[in-house]
Design a protein around this ligand. Structure first.
Ligand code: NAD
Ligand code: UGA
Length: 435
């Protein structure tokens, strides 16, 4: 089975590499020449644990190819995955589908034999219908099938999530023709236990948005419970265990933290409200979740200012600036909303991130190690949950009275009782006020 991925980003590169690792011939296409030339040299454009070795292994085995020649890649493939970005459009809410439709136009000019065209990008319900319309203009409908196969991998866990997903969702309006082919493609994964779910194309498209919006809701719910815990002296981690052990609720995605961020939950929740509007259905829960999540970032900035008391001229160092650990992705990271408010109040900011300096933070000083961050600030904010932040050398801190705000609850408040450190966390009693 010859496969091509159009769009070689977090999803296209990871899925393309892993399909090739399963023995398929995969061509990853991108219109970013530099990215493709680097990949050919083994230079990986993203931070994703374990990906480098797999790219090099499969490229050397000549199962994995990189190209900018989209026309030939389409002609030579039986299955074409569209994995281009669908960011928020200029209106601030809708999904911008221009990349998807541009790719559909290019595919339509290159159909030389039967092809299955799969949208792996997250696209609003009915996008598959539009892609099909574009293809029909130049091709007879017997020459192609448009299928939806949403992706559920997480950045930082992408390899494991691809190999051991909970489910594979295939949405097709012609299941007799497409399902046997795609069942075979995914067999190495479903054989290990993943559920194979076959639905209509529109249902598959909606499953993706419903999944992301539900997870975002779960996180927002526990974040609001954390706020309440802070007022009444309860511990949000006990609450998460207490509710999460109920199988109907489930224990995952109940970690309270600095609001959800990243390239998907923020954009997909917004897009779902827009899809609701288009079909005259008020998505009131999701609208509330978006508002609550936005407000949280503002409230966290206020909490930092309160901890500092007189913020002007105070030094604050952030540990981690991406939206979570194990990724270099800065899209919609929470601190991009927190920093401007702190800077406005005269706070002197610096940061360290395991994935290096960030072009998005040109005005903020990058520090090359955690030790300097710990030693040169009035307040240290643990913003992401990298393993290297789990065993910080607090003993090495020379300045007395330093404060730590642990937004990921990596430590226990009582660990700081006999240290000269004031410790603040999320939804738990601080070591100042004993519960
Ligand atoms: P990305 O921005 O990392 O990658 C997209 C790639 O597509 C880029 O390299 C870009 O250069 C390329 N591209 C854009 N237009 C092109 C065109 N016309 N021809 C060829 N290449 C083109 O995006 P991503 O994070 O991989 O997300 C892709 C899609 O997958 C989105 O719809 C996203 O919502 C969805 N998704 C992402 C994740 C994730 O963890 N990032 C997980 C599940 C689903
Ligand atoms: C998320 C989904 O988990 C994936 O299933 C989906 O495929 C992907 O979006 C997508 O559509 O792109 P991702 O954004 O990589 O994956 O990261 P998550 O691990 O889901 O975290 C998202 C945000 O929620 C992060 O800011 C994270 O810190 C936060 N989070 C997550 C919490 O605050 N608490 C939790 O318990 C879990």
């Amino acid at each position: 089975m010859k496969i091509c991925f159009i769009g070689t980003g977090y999803v296209g590169l990871v899925s393309g590499v892993l399909f090739s690792d399963l023995g398929n011939s995969v061509t990853c296409v991108d219109n970013n020449h530099e990215k493709i030339e680097n990949l050919k040299k083994g230079i990986i454009p993203i931070f994703e644990p374990g990906l480098d070795e797999l790219v090099i292994k499969n490229y050397n085995a000549k199962r994995l190819f990189f190209t900018t020649d989209i026309n030939n890649a389409i002609k030579n493939s039986d299955i074409i995955f569209i994995a281009v970005g669908t960011p928020t459009a200029k209106d601030g809410v809708s999904a911008d589908l221009k990349n998807v439709y541009a790719v559909a136009q290019t595919i339509s000019k290159n159909i030389n034999k039967f092809k299955i065209i799969i949208t792996k990008s997250t696209v609003p319900v009915c996008t598959g219908d539009e892609v099909e319309k574009i293809l029909r203009k130049k091709n007879s409908s017997s020459k192609f099938e448009v299928v939806s196969n949403p992706e559920f991998l997480r950045e930082g866990e992408a390899i494991r999530d691809f190999r051991y997903p909970d489910r594979v969702v295939i949405g097709s309006n012609n299941p007799k023709k497409t399902i046997p082919i795609l069942k075979k493609l995914y067999e190495p994964i479903t054989k290990k236990g993943a559920k194979f779910i076959s639905t209509s194309r529109r249902s598959a498209e909606l499953i993706k948005y419903a999944a992301n919006a539900f997870l975002a809701t779960k996180i927002t719910f526990i974040n609001e419970i954390a706020n309440l815990c802070e007022q009444v002296g309860s511990n949000v981690e006990d609450i998460a265990i207490g509710i999460g052990t109920d199988a109907r609720i489930g224990s995952r995605f109940l970690r309270a933290g600095p609001a959800y961020g990243g390239s998907c939950f923020p954009k997909d929740t917004k897009a779902l409200t827009k899809i609701g509007k288009k079909f005259k259905t008020h998505m009131s829960v999701v609208e509330t979740v978006i508002k609550s999540n936005e407000k949280r970032k503002n409230n966290l900035a206020d909490k930092i200012l309160n901890i500092l008391k007189n913020p002007k001229g105070k030094k604050v160092g952030f540990l981690g600036v991406t939206f979570k650990a194990n990724t270099d992705d800065m899209r919609d990271t929470q601190c991009l909303k927190i920093f401007p408010k702190l800077l406005k109040k005269g706070v002197k900011l610096s940061y360290y991130d395991p994935t290096g300096e960030k072009k998005e933070l040109k005005k903020i000083r990058f520090i090359k190690n955690t030790k300097e961050i710990l030693n040169n600030n009035d307040l240290v904010v643990i913003h992401t949950e990298w393993d290297e932040f789990r065993s910080l050398d607090f003993k090495s801190i020379k300045n007395k009275g330093v404060k730590i705000f642990d937004m990921r609850n990596l430590y226990q408040p009582n660990e700081f009782l006999n240290k000269n450190i004031k410790y603040y966390s999320i939804g738990r009693p601080t070591n100042e006020k004993k519960a």
